[in-house]
Design a protein around this ligand. Structure first.
Ligand code: GLU
Length: 431
């Protein structure tokens, strides 16, 4: 069926893209009524832009950077997804992340397709001025690919509200008027939404509570031990929310390693430490915590494990040693398909990324809607609506899982892919 597709599109050695493609194959095996051509259409990215561009550095030298923006699917609406700054970025990684955005948006019923972008760069090695230059030039390179009704970027790993402000300004200066709705995750004072910054982490905890409820675990939160890998936007906001609800956060980690205290970590203190540190890491934190490696942290005995760092963290090699009974995926793609198999065999519940971390894009949607209407909601309204969206999606996934007798990831993918498939059939193929 893929005979005419460019070989470079369908052959990949990238583990993240392999994960996304394998998850897709597993899910569509349950959608037997869909025609083969439609399945191929859903599987591959719609359009891809690769750019190489110069950036003036503080020492007045010029460096060349590579970046990407991929629109995976646009059937349900304009495409949506973050921009990542990381040395791990590659076209294949962006393809995988764009595909997950398509399923994530469909799963929570947002009128969006899926996209993703990235630049190969270590943002922690750049000054603020260099990051502004890089962001503005990258925005200008992809400007024909983005727009409030075309494709709407947002923050992801290595980017934040300030990055979005620069993108919004560059786009607006180019078209000659302010277009806040071209990006989401903006600072509040230029049209951002209350609650957007906390939304992904908060959504992770909404899903954790739902999963605990469904498992019939009615222990008091203080007796439930939570381990969180990653202390960036997602991990630290999830940690804060769980801490505020009284859960015992026994370990967190970031690029500098793990921090462990079986009696519970002081999350507000750790967040304040990161805010004050030049590189925004836990390097040098000397609170009441024992040090350990990221690998050791994943294997700690606990009730809930929240991988909120990056892809491919749990595989067939460490999955046999995971001791959590529940995993809630804050990151995109932290578990490989062979890792999933081991966890499923061991009866460990996994709340998949496209559900667990969908809080971010959901409040991005709220931000976009508020901006277009020029009518802004209070924080309570944002959180109330966020919870409603996620719990509804969670219930749908559980119903699909029971119907097909599959795990929550496969159920989430079946639900999402089928929504995009049905919309495609309703629209029909052009011409
Ligand atoms: N980067 C986030 C994600 O992976 C948010 C995307 C968005 O808000 O558009 O879901």
């Amino acid at each position: 069926m893929v005979a005419n597709l460019a070989p470079s599109v369908r052959a990949t050695s990238d583990p993240t893209y392999q994960t996304a493609l394998q998850q897709f194959d597993r899910a569509v095996a349950y959608l037997r009524d869909l025609p083969d051509g439609l399945i191929e259409f859903l599987k591959w990215p719609r359009r891809e832009l690769s750019v190489n561009f110069p950036v003036r550095m503080d020492d007045s030298s010029v460096k060349i950077f590579s970046g990407y923006r991929v629109h995976h699917n646009t059937v349900l609406g304009p495409s949506k997804g973050g921009i990542r700054y990381s040395l791990h970025v590659s076209l294949d990684e962006v393809r995988a992340l764009a595909m997950w955005m398509s399923w994530k948006c469909a799963l929570v019923n947002l009128p969006y397709g899926g996209a993703k972008g990235g630049v190969i760069v270590d943002p922690k090695a750049m000054s603020v001025a260099e990051l502004a230059n890089l962001t503005r030039r990258f925005t200008s390179e992809i400007i024909l690919f983005i727009g409030p009704n075309i494709d709407i970027p947002a923050p992801d790993m290595g980017t934040n509200a300030q990055t979005m402000a620069w993108m919004m300004d560059t786009y607006s200066m180019t078209v000659g008027y302010s277009v806040p709705a071209v990006v989401t995750g903006k600072p509040i004072n230029i049209g951002g939404s209350l609650g957007r910054e906390e939304a992904t982490g908060r959504g992770v905890i909404v899903c954790m509570l739902e999963a605990l409820r469904q498992q019939g675990l009615h222990r008091s939160p203080k007796d439930i031990n939570v381990v969180i890998q990653g202390f960036g936007n997602v991990g630290s906001n999830a940690a804060q929310r769980a801490y505020d609800l009284g859960f015992n956060i026994i370990a967190v980690s970031d690029v500098t390693g793990g921090y462990f205290n079986p009696k519970g970590l002081n999350i507000p203190e750790m967040r304040a430490f990161v805010q004050r540190s030049a590189k925004r890491t836990l390097q040098g934190y000397v609170g009441d915590a024992e040090r350990m490696s990221n690998a050791e942290l994943l294997e700690l005995p606990c009730d809930v494990l929240i991988p909120a760092a990056m892809e491919g963290q749990i595989t067939a090699s460490n999955a046999p040693r995971i001791q959590a009974s529940l995993i809630v995926e804050g990151a995109n793609g932290p578990i490989t398909p062979d890792g999933d198999d081991v966890l499923n065999d061991r009866g460990i519940t996994v709340v998949p990324d496209i559900l667990a971390n969908a809080g971010g894009v959901t409040v991005s949607y709220f931000e976009w809607v508020q901006g277009l209407q020029e009518y802004f909601w209070d924080e309570d309204e944002v959180y109330r609506r966020l919870e409603r969206v996620l719990i509804k999606a969670y219930d749908n996934v559980v119903t699909t899982a029971e119907h097909h007798g599959v795990d929550l990831r496969t159920a989430a993918q079946i639900t999402a892919i089928n929504r995009v498939a049905q919309a495609t059939l309703t629209r029909g193929f052009y011409p």
